[in-house]
Design a protein around this ligand. Sequence first.
Ligand code: FE2
Length: 244
Amino acid sequence: MACLSSSQLQKFQEDGFLVLEGFLSAEECAAMQQSIGQIVAKMDVPLHCRTVFTTKEEEQKRAQGNTDYFLSSGDKIRFFFEKGVFDEEGNFLVPPEKSINKIGHVLPHQDATFLYTEPLGRLLGVWIALEDATLENGCLWFIPGSHTSGVSRRMVRNPAGSTPGTCFQGSEPARDNSLFVPTPVRRGALVLIHGEVVHKSEQNFSDSSRHVYTFHLMEASGTVWSPENWLQPTAELPFPLLYT
Ligand code: FE2
């Protein structure tokens, strides 16, 4: 596999993100989408994680169920949905295989808000478009150069057994929308995302899905993964090492 050129590396260091078009072939994208399709076909979401309850007590039970489902999702395949996917009894309002098509809408954030390390600057997001990501279906938007001013907000775990399971410390500063630059990419493109760069994606109001495969890498040497992060490695599945 090719390495980054020095001008690509410089661009990443300046902007806090970098687009690499043509990282995967169309065939590789199709194969990944097929695998995802198989996982979704076998999708089994516990009823207490998708029902909209009405009483307060039931609401709390649901919140706790969702909290456990979320906090223990690190080493499992778990499914998260946007509003409007379920009816009041927890039945899918759209075919389950279509229910994930609208996922991906994220408010402006830094990944380090959720995945905090000490020191900062050790986290790298990898975002691979399995379909064209356009202005209409929810491509990424970045504030170039925003990765150099620290982390304004953190999501931390509450004591075990509390509801909600996590809370925020600090707040997102108001940011001028005009600072965001859209980053539409073609199918197969890979986008590198610095852990502290501010980015977002808009809601997908189009008819076309925008499937992506995304994960994070951390430079583990000399880095402390915050024990307050929602995501924690487990004995069954420690964070896999890429190299030692
Ligand atoms: Fe992100």
